[in-house]
Ligand binder design. Structure first.
Ligand SMILES: Nc1ncnc2c1ncn2[C@@H]1O[C@H](COP(=O)(O)OP(=O)(O)OP(=O)(O)O)[C@@H](O)[C@H]1O
Ligand SMILES: [Mg+2]
Length: 395
């Protein structure tokens, strides 16, 4: 049996890919925005950018990739520049903890736990100027930080960096990137703090289905061995994650791929099957409860069982209305139920869709999201048996 994974680690959030499809423009924008500061770094004033966008829309990845590239660009131009990334969820308990962390990253030799926040920042700028070193800083999850600490002091500090040593002086901080999920937190800030965020805002729209396909294809190439993740699986995951409630979150899409891969491997398969994805989605995003199915009208149950059987037998994520009609006819005959008309079947398909139990991409692409076909089949089969015996008892 061939191994599924080439490198599992490539699917984790720790890994930053060297190429971010559909976010190249943003990475390039940051690069051209900050690049001119490298020409006369000691005379360059601080520039700020905000990145705002939904969960898993690539904000962190873009800032980190830009930072790495910018560091190399600076090296080429003989500028001693460091890119510092700080996630305030990890290092943002308070301002002093944040500045200690910053100091330790930039200049461990001047790190001290006995200094105040202001002293730490003052010493840091003095150090940078003395040794002609420069910084670009990313402060990630600032909305979280503001909500948690109710403290907007760091924004004043960032806007006053150039006054710490002497008014009008530069601070050797060439750039700061602030990252937030939305703009809600700005309501908690006053004018002065707001202005330190700057006017330049990069807004990241949620990824679309087609964008997700491109992104996932690249990530799959890095993480899995060839042939273990068929295109239909990538399409299936992109479909699930481009729609509400997920709406373009690549992190969730990568999680689905990782867990599906683990599951397929555990079950001894040499590739991921739609069932593996469905099982994972069911565990991580349950959309159909047993109760939902229990309260279905009988006709819906027959149609749903037909769909489940089709998907299970053919090992594919979607089926067509035509196949559903054929499968329904066979099922009704087997269960000795009255045949359903085309209209009745279409009605049930619509109803199942309205209940969010099935999804209809087109009449030839009907599938179930959020429940393992295996489980659904068994569950419905039992239900149908009970129904059958109930009917027999009544007669
Ligand atoms: N364009 C892309 N190409 C490849 N991978 C991507 C792309 N965009 C995001 N990712 C990957 O998706 C995951 C989530 O992205 P990222 O952490 O940048 O999201 P975010 O916008 O910072 O989300 P959050 O608001 O939850 O912090 C990461 O593993 C990242 O590598
Ligand atoms: Mg992030």
């Amino acid at each position: 049996m061939c191994a599924l994974f080439k490198d599992r680690e490539k699917l984790t959030p720790r890994y930053i890919p060297a190429n971010l499809p559909h976010r190249n423009d943003e990475v390039n924008f940051l690069n051209s925005f900050f690049r001119e500061s490298l020409t006369y770094p000691s005379k360059s004033h601080l520039k700020t950018v905000q990145i705002v966008g939904a969960v898993g829309s690539g904000k962190t990845a873009v800032a980190r990739l830009f930072g790495d590239r910018f560091e190399s660009e600076a090296r080429r131009q003989n500028v001693n520049l460091k890119n510092i990334y700080i996630n305030l969820k990890l290092h943002g308990d308070s301002k002093v903890i944040l500045y200690r962390h910053l100091t330790r990253q930039v200049a461990p030799e001047i790190y001290s736990t006995s200094l105040s926040a202001e002293e730490l920042l003052y010493n840091l700028i003095k150090f940078l100027k003395e040794y002609r070193r420069y910084l670009v800083l990313t402060l990630d999850e600032i909305d979280y930080f503001i909500k948690r600490t109710q403290d907007s002091d760091i924004f004043y500090d960032m806007s006053r960096l150039e006054e710490f040593i002497e008014p009008g002086e530069t601070s050797n901080f060439l750039g700061i990137i602030f990252i937030a999920r939305g703009r809600e937190f700005q309501k908690l800030l006053d004018e002065a703090a707001l202005s330190s965020l700057g006017n330049i805002v990069l807004e990241f729209k949620p990824y679309t289905y087609n964008q997700l396909i491109d992104i996932l294809e690249e990530r799959v190439k890095e993480a899995f061995n060839p042939g273990t993740v068929p295109l239909e699986i990538i399409e299936f995951v992109a479909d699930i994650t481009s729609k509400p409630p997920v709406k373009g979150d690549v992190r969730y899409a990568l999680d689905i791929l990782l867990y599906s891969g683990n599951l397929a491997e555990y079950e001894g398969y040499d590739r991921i099957l739609p069932e593996h994805v469905r099982k994972v989605v069911n565990i991580t995003y349950p959309t159909i409860t047993e109760e939902d199915i229990y309260y279905l009208p009988e006709k819906d149950k027959i149609v749903l069982l037909s769909i489940a059987k089709l998907l299970k037998n053919d090992r594919k994520p979607y089926t067509s209305l035509k196949e559903i009609r054929q499968s329904c006819a066979i099922l009704c005959e087997q269960l000795k139920l009255k045949q359903m008309s085309t209209e009745e079947i279409e009605n049930s398909v619509d109803d199942l869709h309205d209940r969010n139990i099935i999804e209809i991409k087109s009449l030839s692409s009907i599938g179930i999201t959020g429940i393992p076909v295996e489980a659904l089949d068994q569950f419905l089969e039992n239900l149908m048996k009970r129904l059958e015996s109930g009917l027999i008892e009544r007669t």
